[in-house]
Design a protein around this ligand. Structure first.
Ligand SMILES: [Fe+2]
Ligand SMILES: [Fe+2]
Length: 157
């Protein structure tokens, strides 16, 4: 199992690829892309909250306030995604809200990749990172099936 930090960064790259598509999509084409964002982002965030953030608080207590900020950002982005998924894609303001959400996630990802995860990497050995990688993948799978009720965007028409 790759280390948890590698897994997290892989997810961030996948998300960024969907963001790029969203940024150039016509409004009518955004709902399936927003759905993809939700299915990538929500399980990722939940798994970070359940598995990764507690381990970081323990190993690198000085990162506590960054972890608190990270949690608040997860929740805010989730709320924004929910309202976007319930909105008419052509409605005024929706494009601005999508842009704001993407900006917020990019800022959050940068904070994780440049602050929180490097601080943790200094304190955790490879065996620990690999063990957490396993738990991270499992937590993501659980969260994804809670989110989709067993189906994903790939199988839903
Ligand atoms: Fe996060
Ligand atoms: Fe993340």
């Amino acid at each position: 199992m790759p280390g948890v930090i590698t897994l997290i960064k892989d997810d961030h790259k996948k998300l960024e690829a969907v963001f790029k598509k969203l940024e150039s999509a016509e409004p009518a084409d955004t709902p399936p892309l927003l759905q993809q964002v939700q299915e990538l982002l929500v399980p990722h965030s939940k798994a970070e909250e359940q598995v990764v953030y507690p381990a970081i608080r323990e190993a690198a207590p000085e990162e506590g306030s960054d972890v608190d900020d990270g949690l608040a950002e997860h929740h805010h982005v989730e709320e924004t995604l929910k309202s976007l998924l319930g909105a008419d894609p052509e409605a005024p303001g929706v494009d601005g809200l999508i842009a704001a959400m993407i900006g917020e996630v990019r800022h959050h990802v940068e904070e994780e990749e440049t602050q929180i995860l490097p601080a943790f990497a200094e304190q955790a050995d490879n065996a620990r990172l690999s063990e957490l990688g396993e738990a991270f993948v499992q937590a993501k799978e659980r969260a994804l099936s809670e989110l989709t009720g067993g189906t994903t965007g790939a199988t839903r028409s």
